[in-house]
Design a binder for this molecule. Structure first.
Ligand SMILES: *Cc1c(COP(=O)(O)O)cnc(C)c1O
Length: 461
């Protein structure tokens, strides 16, 4: 199909849902509420029919000027990029003004990781405190368009909190499946407050995900996990926003944590599209960092090249990590994510609980903070730099996925020196494994006198 005339908002007339398998490549209309290819069962993605843009400067200028507009669609850091989204002008958008997240210079983390400079893009600054909002605004909008009566997701906490919020805005019934006893109190509290029906499943996240997929054939239920290709469309705009913030200077590396792999898939799609449109002339190397106890893709990646046939992931049946957002043994979007990593020349690695915890504390020392899963990035960058896979002077962006307030128990245990696989939100009987707080900062008791306070101020670091 030829590129349609570029109007103020490119119509979604040419966009289709497409099977990611090159051998199949079946296409389905956007109206069809499906999550895998009906012909071969492989994942779907949306092909927006984006092609080389003739007037790049006017498109970039339009996106930049929307940042100061009062129009709801412009104020959202996702809908601002609506030319690349599979929705038309009449879409009943459900927005909490997601996106618009800051990038920060992080000199202490840079030094810690062996780099000259490091940039953090903080997706924890989204309305419900994680990057999930950038996808949920698109998925819930599509749920409304498709006439769904209920939206459902499996979650380690953040997807549920985000879906609950957007469903509340849209007046949609929302049911979330959470692994019992394994969700941080803050995330659970969000879902309760936003009015979702919360089902605590006697199992882990992968069980919740399996159950959710079994609901895919119920016509009036809409599934909002990242198998949902509309969610990926929303999340890909994070790549566009990052490039806007960097004045279209492509970084050498973008590093993200990997759980279910929707985030990495989405960023990879965003960069690939920008290259196709001519907005950038090459893509950054995209690397994924997993926690050692939940690292099926890192394991597969380390063995690539040995097998001659198509690689298959070996799922981890009992994933273990205190970074609950990436405590996933059977990542649903691993194929899309692996494709993005390989096409960009990036890596997939894992880090230990200790490495992750100390990197998290360093991000905190920047005055920024993040939830544990996000810190896999800085821990991974340190390892990749030490291994020579990232050059000291290269431009590196770490995507922080969630807010520091998402898991206060973890933070307090780290700084008090009591962090172990049992003190986190876990009930799976894991053997105690202490993580030492290398950058501990515990509160101190002090007498209620002026002298004692002054003495403490003098001794403060
Ligand atoms: C969801 C989530 C992740 C994992 O993202 P995937 O898309 O599942 O790989 C990482 N960190 C945080 C804070 C999250 O909420």
């Amino acid at each position: 199909m030829n590129a349609p005339h570029k109007t103020e908002h490119q119509p979604s007339a040419t966009a289709v849902q497409k099977c990611i398998s090159p051998d199949c490549a079946a296409e389905f209309s956007l109206r069809e509420r499906i999550y895998v290819c009906r012909r071969c069962g492989e994942p779907l993605e949306i092909d927006c029919g984006l092609e080389k843009v003739a007037d790049l400067e006017s498109l970039k200028g339009r996106w930049a000027s929307r940042a100061t507009s009062r129009d709801a669609r412009d104020r959202s850091g996702v809908w601002r990029y609506r030319e690349v989204l599979p929705f038309d002008d009449r879409a009943p958008i459900v927005t909490l003004f997601e996106g618009n997240t800051p990038i920060y210079d992080a000199p202490k983390c840079a030094q810690y990781a062996g780099l000259t400079a490091l940039t953090l893009k903080h997706q924890g600054a989204n309305p419900t405190g994680s990057f999930k909002d950038t996808g949920m605004t698109a998925a819930v909008t599509q749920a409304v368009i498709s006439g769904a009566r209920a939206v459902v997701c499996a979650s380690t906490g953040n997807t549920a909190a985000s879906l609950a919020a957007y469903a509340a805005r849209a007046n949609l019934k929302c049911v979330v499946l959470l692994p019992e006893g394994q969700v941080s109190a803050a995330k659970l509290a969000q879902s309760m407050d936003y009015g979702a029906t919360i089902l605590e499943v006697a199992g882990n996240f992968d069980d919740c995900m399996r159950l959710t997929q079994e609901l895919a054939d119920v016509e009036w239920i809409y599934i909002a996990n990242s198998v949902n290709p509309f969610r990926i469309e929303g999340q890909k705009t994070v790549a566009y926003e990052l490039m806007m913030q960097r004045d279209w200077q492509v970084p050498d590396h973008v590093v993200v944590p990997g759980g279910n792999m929707g985030n990495s898939s989405a960023l990879g799609k965003g960069f690939a599209e920008m290259k196709r449109m001519g907005l950038i002339d090459h893509v950054p190397k995209l690397s994924i960092v997993q926690a050692e106890g939940a690292a099926p893709l890192a394991q597969l990646f380390s063995k690539l090249g040995q097998a001659n046939s198509a690689p298959e992931i070996e799922t981890v049946s009992n994933p273990k990590t205190l970074a609950t957002a990436i405590k996933i043994g059977a990542p649903i979007s691993w194929k899309k994510a692996l494709r993005a990593v390989l096409q960009s020349g990036g890596n997939v690695i894992s880090v230990t609980e200790q490495e992750l915890a100390d990197a998290k504390a360093m991000i905190g020392r920047e005055g920024i903070g993040c939830e544990p899963a996000s810190a896999a990035t800085v821990a991974g960058i340190k390892k990749l730099t030490a291994a020579g896979k990232i050059g000291k002077n290269e431009a590196v962006v770490a995507v922080l996925t969630g807010n520091v307030l998402k898991d206060p128990d973890y933070v307090a245990h780290y700084h008090r020196g009591t962090l172990s696989l049992e003190t986190g939100a876990q009930v799976d009987g894991a053997k105690s494994q202490l993580v030492s707080g290398a950058f501990r900062n515990a509160p101190r008791r002090v007498a209620a006198t002026k002298e004692a306070i002054i003495e403490s101020v003098e001794r403060a670091h």
